[in-house]
Design a protein around this ligand. Structure first.
Ligand code: M6R
Length: 614
């Protein structure tokens, strides 16, 4: 949700900043802009729409050479996505240029005060007032760092701010509260970015910043303080992926590339999870065995796709550990006065680690003395930093706005958590845990098999170009898969799509079924329970009303054949692990259908990759 870049060094800042914005564009693409410090003035350019519009503007009207600059790619909150509201925003005298990610909650008051003092504000944004406030401070004689510290003291809400001062050409100053910001450490140059992708081609050494910090970068130095000027330490780390992970690698979309990366991502997420003695180990987790034995309830909080991973986790955790699990949308969690105490484990699932709803939910949980465990893909992000424990998912950077490998690796982490708790609590025998681990370790190969059949799914997708509505059915762990399949289609194909628990259909939604309506059915594996047969009953009910069924069913399931207008085969895996293979054709289906419809799959309208506002 908004990408932010800052640079000081010997290179042309415009090139470094625009390249950084290209890598952050997945965070927002309503507008883009840059501001450079040159010859005692701020030179800026900004354009509504995608970064390409800004690049064209810069090609037509190049900015002067400069080694100091900031940039922004926007996901609009205050004000329409037009040129005027695009960042950077400048102070009254064009001395300070500033970009912002987040929401300044007391902006109306601050704006009224500025206007009463004669300031003319050009945009509808909350950001422009901060540019004016910082400029007032530097005009009073303090340096940009002090100005930023003072202004942060009066701001409420969530923000990452990055600013330059026309009269202080070798300094970029940034601040963060509840919004992401990381420093890239170079040789004779330094970088700022909403995430490391912004500068990964220049350096893989990064500095993680704590909450409520101000950071000043110059060519040779990085200084971090709190909002009152007291020095604080950042945490240095080395990024374990490189530029190639942030490139499309011959694919048309990042999303497609990330779908095809899933065998590797799942394998990486499983790597090193067993000790030499064969016991499950979760090194980074930081919860003692006693703390785990103490858990008598699990509450999973997450949003979007991560929420569906949480729904799958409920089946796994309850089955293997017999601990009751609630799954809750993070945006709803703290408003329902949840019952929490020290023996409740709150599991926050977030690919980005920055989702504001989830962050606020874990803060609430911690005030109630619950332990919080984060399942997260982004090293150094806020949610794992503010949690008691963490399991990283090791999917590598996910750039497509629609989550794919993020989801599958979250599932892996949830299974690992469930099995680990079962091991510690002794609710499952070691050989059973061992058997599930071997089944999990076979999953990358199974995903390869599904991907090898991609053409069949693409053909099916292209057949549905004229379709206006698609339903998805599942049961048990296949129900969240149905919801996830529907979400993918909504997000990138802009189609009406809904997922249902197959047994629930007859209680109302079946009224939606009409002649020719495509319904994708996630068929559970055949087992001792009645799931498979009950699913077939549900499929019969919709076929009787004219629906066209596309069934995802395991190899060797001949019973399903008479009920499937089209049949996509899945490798045979246990029902609890089936989401790891059944989700993949649904991702391929959505990606191909959106492509056939001519949509921008990686940057779907109205969305942003990480949602850092509540
Ligand atoms: O980064 P998070 O996992 O916390 O993000 C949660 C949702 O915003 C995210 O899963 C969203 O639903 C994706 N665009 C789904 O594809």
């Amino acid at each position: 949700m908004c990408g932010i870049v800052g640079y000081v060094g010997p290179q042309q800042a415009q090139d470094v900043v625009v390249e950084g914005l290209r890598r952050l564009e997945y965070r927002g693409y309503d507008s883009a802009g840059v501001a450079l410090v040159s010859g005692g003035a701020i030179a800026d350019a900004k354009k509504a729409g995608k970064l390409a519009n800004l690049e064209k503007e810069l090609a037509d009207r190049p900015l002067p050479a400069s080694g100091t600059g900031i940039g922004h790619t926007r996901w609009a909150t205050h004000g329409a996505p037009n040129d005027v509201n695009a960042h950077p925003h400048l102070g009254h005298d064009r001395r300070v240029g500033l970009v912002h990610n987040g929401i300044i909650e007391n902006f109306a008051d601050l704006r009224a005060r500025l206007e009463a003092d004669g300031h003319v504000l050009l945009s509808e944004t909350d950001t422009e007032i901060v540019a004016h406030l910082v400029e007032l401070q530097v005009a009073s004689g303090v340096d940009l760092t002090t100005a930023m510290q003072r202004v942060c003291q009066v701001l409420e809400g969530a923000f990452t701010l990055v600013a330059v001062d026309a009269e202080d050409p070798d300094r970029v100053v940034a601040a963060r509260r509840n919004s992401p910001l990381v420093v890239g450490l170079g040789e004779g140059e330094n970088f700022l970015g909403s995430d490391v992708a912004a500068f990964i081609e220049h350096t893989r050494d990064a500095l993680e910043l704590g909450q409520d910090t101000v950071v000043t970068i110059t060519r040779d130095g990085v200084e971090v303080t709190d909002f009152h000027g007291a020095p604080v330490e950042g945490t240095r780390y080395h990024v374990d992926w490189d530029l190639s992970a942030a490139e499309k690698d011959g694919h048309d979309w990042f999303m497609r590339k990330e779908i095809f990366e899933q065998p590797r991502a799942v394998a990486d997420s499983l790597l090193g999870r067993r000790s030499q003695a064969g016991l499950l180990q979760l090194d980074e987790m930081r919860l003692s065995d006693d703390e785990i034995r103490d858990i008598d309830k699990v509450i999973i909080i997450a949003a979007g796709t991560s929420f569906y991973a949480g729904m799958v986790a409920k089946y796994a955790i309850e089955h293997w550990t017999r601990i009751p699990v609630e799954v809750e949308l993070s945006s709803e969690f703290r408003y329902r006065d949840p019952i929490l105490d020290h023996s409740t484990l709150v599991v926050a699932i977030s690919q980005s680690g920055e989702t504001a709803d989830t962050l606020q939910a874990i803060r609430h949980a911690r005030t109630q003395r619950s332990r919080v465990l984060a399942i997260c893909n982004t090293n150094g992000s806020t949610i794992p930093r503010e949690s008691d424990a963490v399991i990283y998912t090791h999917a590598g950077p996910e750039i497509g706005v629609a989550s794919t490998k993020g989801f599958l690796t979250q599932l892996v982490a949830c299974y690992l958590l469930a099995l680990y708790v079962a091991q510690v609590k002794g609710t499952r025998y070691g050989d059973e845990i061992d058997e599930v681990m071997r089944q999990l370790e076979a999953i990358p190969g199974h995903i390869e098999t599904v991907l090898a059949g991609a053409e069949q799914v693409y053909d099916l997708a292209r057949e549905h170009v004229g379709t206006r509505s698609v339903l998805f059915l599942g049961r048990h762990a296949g129900y969240p898969v149905a919801l996830e399949g529907a979400l993918k289609l909504k997000e990138i194909a802009y189609l009406h799509a809904e997922g249902f628990a197959a047994g629930e259909l007859k209680h109302g939604p079946i009224a939606l079924v009409e002649e020719g309506l495509p319904i994708l059915c996630v068929v559970p594996p055949r087992g001792r329970d009645q799931l498979h047969e009950k699913m077939i009953s549900g499929i019969q009910e919709v076929r009787a009303r004219g629906a066209r069924t596309i069934c995802l069913a395991e190899e060797g399931d001949t019973r399903i054949e008479p009920y499937a207008d089209a049949l996509v085969r899945l490798p045979r895996v246990p029902v609890l692990l089936q989401p790891l293979v059944a989700t993949v054709p649904l991702q391929l289906f959505a990606c191909e259908l959106a492509t056939a419809l001519g949509h921008d799959v990686d940057q779907p309208r109205n969305l942003a990759k990480s949602v850092t506002v509540e």
